[in-house]
Design a protein around this ligand. Sequence first.
Ligand code: NAD
Length: 487
Amino acid sequence: MSNKYGKAKNYINGRLVETMTDRWMPVESPLTGEVIAEVAVSSKEDLDKAVSAAKEAFKTWSKTPIKDRVQVFFRYKTLLEQNMAELSALIQEENGKTLDEARAEIEKSIELTEFAVSLPQLTQGEILEVSKGVECRTEHSALGVVASIVPFNFPSMVPNWTIPNAIALGNTMILKTSELVPLSALKIADLLKQAGLPDGVLNIVHGEKEIVEAICDHPDIEAVSFVGSTKVAKIVYQRATSNLKRCLALGGAKNHLLVLPDANPEMTAANVTASMSGCAGQRCMAASAMVAVGQTDHIIEKMVQEARNVVPGKNLGSVISKAAKERIEGYITQAEKDGAKILLDGRNYQVEGKENGYYVGPTIIDFVTPEMSVAREEIFGPVISIIRSRSLEEAMKIENANPYGNAASVFTQSGGLARYVMENASAGMIGVNIGVPVPREPFSFGGWNESRFGVGDITGKSSIEFWTKLKKMTTKWNPEAGINWMS
Ligand code: NAD
């Protein structure tokens, strides 16, 4: 069983290739702690090879009409559907999430691909006769070689946030995988090749800091998208833009859910629990802090009952690594020392038969105060911190004071109070009675504040602006138009 996938090599110009460094890192399945593969640690020289392939491929790909380019993605969508079982099993194995969660990830990848095939309908240029016989027109042009740097928590969905749109719009791409989950991305490349994507249009390099820095510095890479922690998002944004590249860097999150006393208890308990524990809390849209306004004990009791039915190894996956398990458990211990009350404790969890896997049970911490680390920092595990507040205004101040801004939700049956939260929460994605308010396509995905650096969102219509540049053309063909101020 050990090392069953062998070496995860770089994928350049349509082939799996050896790195120049011959450095490898083990890839573990967090479900069992077993090593399932080794991943290449690439250097700047490996990136140079990938960029040359992408640069060469750009010459033809960018000149291929968009209606022809998207045909690849029609076929890719079908391949995602046909390979659902294999793809979701691979996601589960390398990331540790449940099979249902892995399937949902592929379903979202399919939806993202559906959006990409609609791009010919969305990217028509504009034309207007601006003066007698004189026309102005606009066209979206591809940028060139672009890069996408991705995190561990969605091995298929996050690469599919960028690959279909950027490539359908005529760019060629370097994808930098997370070294923790490099296998699903190679499967994406394989399916795209089967779908007819020409060699060199998508290239994959694996590795860590060194290769990310090389991407930010490379003179032939025009734009960099990044998804990961805020700490690294800042580094990448600063380094890429200081090299005069276009950059969009999505960072971490600390999503606040505001629960009001009039909220429907069953629906709220079910939604909040699903949001904090789904994907083992390793979603940038996960509920992390719940601000309980006024008398909400009856809802909190229901949440605890609900969360008792979320069982690691059954309907709750593992966290990504030993280090993650230790970090998450460390936060819970700190909260206890700080005087918070642990209503449900997921520490020291072991799954029978998978004793070396990295499991944390759902954890609910009550009477957290805003200055405690569990209230301020991203935990990225199945843990929710409940902060009690006397009024909605006070709750809103708590939400507004957190430096992140991915998502915020309110649970209430009052339209007026919901509207107040929609207006005043400082986050890019807002939910009303929804625990994970991810906008579905064609609405775009992106947070505010320290959850996103750069302009625009990473998916949907907003991404068209990021992956293209606009050419403005003014023409006059008819001498009868004469001389006028446009001459
Ligand atoms: P991470 O920041 O550790 O890693 C992201 C990428 O950066 C990886 O490819 C990694 O190899 C690389 N990297 C790591 N350290 C680096 C360094 N010092 N210099 C250069 N590159 C480096 O993030 P992660 O642990 O893989 O993912 C979890 C984080 O991603 C969480 O904070 C989560 O909130 C965030 N996330 C955000 C969104 C969003 O849309 N805002 C979506 C998914 C995940």
